[in-house]
Structure formats: C-alpha cells, structure tokens
Design a protein around this ligand. Structure first.
Ligand code: FES
Ligand code: FE2
Length: 384
C-alpha cells in the first residue's frame, strides 16, 4: 500500500492553506437567508446567524424585524423577553426597544437615556425567504438581493425544507459543486451509476462557478422518472447545471426529456433547487432548500412524491457532511486532503471564499478608528 510521502502531505497542506475551510472568518458583506418567510411572525424567533445571536419578529403591520439578541443594559437575551406591539421588552429590568432597535423606555428611571439601542440589520423579503445583510451597513444594497424569479413565479410548484446542518457552509458548497458524489452518496436516491462518468463542462468567472453535466442517454431514477413520465425510458436525457451564485446561494437546474424525440416535439421538464446556506457558527449551517418545477404544478401527489424523495437525498448529504466534519475536527493540525482534477471548480470556489474573507479582514483593519462620538462610554441611569 502506498501512503502519501511526507512531501506530498506537506504539499497538500500548503495547498489547503489557500482554501476556505471551517476556520476561515465569515464573509459578512453578502445577503444571506435569515429565515423562511413563514417562520417569522408575532413572536420572538431566536437564531444564530454568522456567529451572532439575533431575534426576528414581525410588526403589527407585518414587516419583518431583526435585532441583536442582547440587551445593552446587562446582556440579558431579548429572546427571553416579550414582544409588545411593535416593541421588545427586556425580561430582566424592562428596557423597551422599538423596531429600529432604539431604547425608548427604561422603567427604573424617569428619562430613557438617548443614543442607546441594539443593532438591527437590513432585511429584504423575497417570495418564500427573508434575506439579511449583516455586513457594513453602508454597503447594503437591496438591488443585490439574489433574484430567483422562479421561486416567486405562480407558474412553478414548490416545496421547501430546512436542515440544522452540523458542518461548515464551505463544505456544503463544495459538496454541491462536486456532483460526482451522486453515483455514490446518492446511489439509491437521485444518483445513477453513469452519472459520475458523464461529460461535464465548467464555467468560471469572478465569484461564479458552474458545472454542467450531460447524462444522455440514461435511465432516470424514479425520483425524476415518475413525476415526468420518463420512468423506464432508456433514452432519457438529464442535463444538470450546478451553479454557485453567491456564498449564500447555490442553484441547481435539471432539464429532463426523451432524447429519442425531436427537439420542439418532445415535452421538456425543468426542476430547480435553491440551496441557501447561512453559517450559524464555524461548523454549523442553516441549510434552507427550495425545490421548484415547471410541470404538473397542481398535482399535489407529485409535490409530495418529489419532496419526500428529494429530501431523502438531502438527508444523505446532511448526514455525510456531519460525518466529514467530525473527522476533520478530530484531525486538527494533522489534517491533509488531496485534491484531484475533478476538484478544480471546488478548489477555485474555496479560494474565492478565502479571498473574500481575507479582503474583508483587511478592509476592517484599514477602516478609520471610531471616535465614539454619539456613544457615551458610561450612561448613568439617574433615579427620578
Ligand atoms: S438586562 Fe435588559 S433591562 Fe437590564
Ligand atoms: Fe448531494
């Protein structure tokens, strides 16, 4: 048995040091999914996003609000307090915050001190999801909220799901980009033996990484074959585009048809999946999934069948990535991984993530120091 030599191991470790991994700082200047729209309502939803505890709720008018889950007085979690109208009341000494995070009442004193409050973050609700910007507020630009028109299109049928993934979001992105795993990790769900050998083309641009795989002719697994009526057809085509769109968003588009029929005369079926990854901590990820299709839109049985079977496959990824994360954590500094040619896109994507994270860290270092103006160092809460 040939073990990698010391030189190969050292070389692998040097190469890995240029890639994002579970230890890479988060990229804050990006829109991430904070929650599905229907998760947020007239109660305090507590969640950790990019390492920060926040609470989410809706005002009486229905607008979503997010703020830090920490009272500025003595750090009591606001999630343990109460939502009162549009305001949040701390459960320790009763400081009250409005929807913009301003403290508007401190019951123990006659006048609420000015200029104290908790941080809120820009939100943008788009169809089934609510996006959050946790980076530099000056750079928040709603026109840059990822647009997935099909998720808001009434002509498309949809189903959604969520995982509390016990793995870094970096490994989730890499899993999505390296689809050669479908023939193995998903051998009994969405994969087929010919998938791993099927021809691919890669696209790489600044922050864009896509892999197109053409599996044709093929026999589709039932999850694809049954709802499309292509089950058992030996000449089916499965064209899959896997695309990293942002550090928070990954889109998979699958086109299915019978290649024995001429283009224009054959029915074609489109299935799209949005994989939305929001780091919670360095080794846990909020994994939101939205699954859409452009056919049999009103067929509830098809929705159920596809959701059940697709999520069986996503379960496999979630279990697989948590296993991988455990092993990586145990390896510590001894860890080395050897990339092969089919990893080119994943490696480029991880380099990009590391580059973004390093650039943000540099920008923060170079930012002018705060003068502290407007933020008194000590706020005395005078008795009335
Ligand atoms: S800790 Fe919130 S009011 Fe004191
Ligand atoms: Fe997978």
């Amino acid at each position: 048995m040939t073990q990698p030599s010391h030189d190969i191991i050292r070389g692998a470790q040097v190469a890995m040091s240029r890639l994002a991994d579970r230890n890479t700082p988060f990229i804050f200047n990006e829109w991430y999914v904070a929650a599905f729209s229907d998760e947020v309502g007239r109660f305090l939803l507590k969640r950790t996003l990019l390492g920060k505890r926040v609470i989410l709720y809706r005002t009486e008018a229905g607008n979503p609000v997010v703020m830090d889950d920490r009272c500025v007085h003595r750090s009591y979690p606001l999630s343990a307090g109460q939502l009162d109208g549009d305001t949040v009341v701390c459960g320790y000494h009763g400081l009250r915050y409005d929807a913009s995070g301003d403290c508007i009442e401190a019951p123990a004193v006659a006048k609420c001190p000015k200029n104290i409050g908790v941080r809120t973050y820009p939100l943008a609700e788009r169809g089934p999801v609510i996006w959050i910007w946790m980076g530099d507020p000056a750079l928040a630009d709603e026109s840059k909220v990822p647009a997935l028109p099909w998720m808001m299109d009434s002509e498309w049928a949809g189903a959604k799901g969520y995982y509390d993934l016990k793995s870094s979001y970096v490994y989730l992105h890499e899993n999505l980009l390296d689809t050669s795993h479908l023939s193995y990790m998903h051998a009994n769900t969405i994969g087929s033996p010919d998938y791993v050998k099927a021809p691919t083309t890669s696209e790489m641009g600044e922050g864009r990484f896509a892999l197109v795989r053409t599996v044709s002719p093929t026999k589709l697994p039932p999850v694809w074959g049954k709802p499309t009526g292509l089950d058992g057809v030996p000449t089916a085509s499965r064209i899959v585009r896997n695309e990293f769109l942002t550090p928070a968003l990954y889109e998979v588009t699958t086109r299915l048809y019978d290649s024995a029929l001429a283009e224009g005369e054959r029915p074609e079926f489109l299935i799209k999946v949005a994989h939305m990854a929001t780091p919670a901590t360095h080794n846990t990820t909020h994994y939101f999934i939205y699954l859409g299709r452009d056919f049999a839109q009103t067929d509830e049985a098809a929705t159920q069948f596809m959701a059940t079977n697709f999520f069986k496959a996503f379960d496999e990824d979630v279990v697989g990535l948590s296993l991988l994360e455990e092993v990586i954590a145990e390896q510590g500094d001894d860890l080395y991984e050897i990339s092969i040619a089919s990893d080119a896109l994943g490696v480029a994507m991880r380099r990009y993530l590391k580059g973004r994270a390093d650039q943000e860290a540099k920008d923060k270092e170079n930012a002018p120091p705060s003068t502290g103006a407007g933020f008194p160092q000590v706020v005395m809460m005078q008795q009335s």
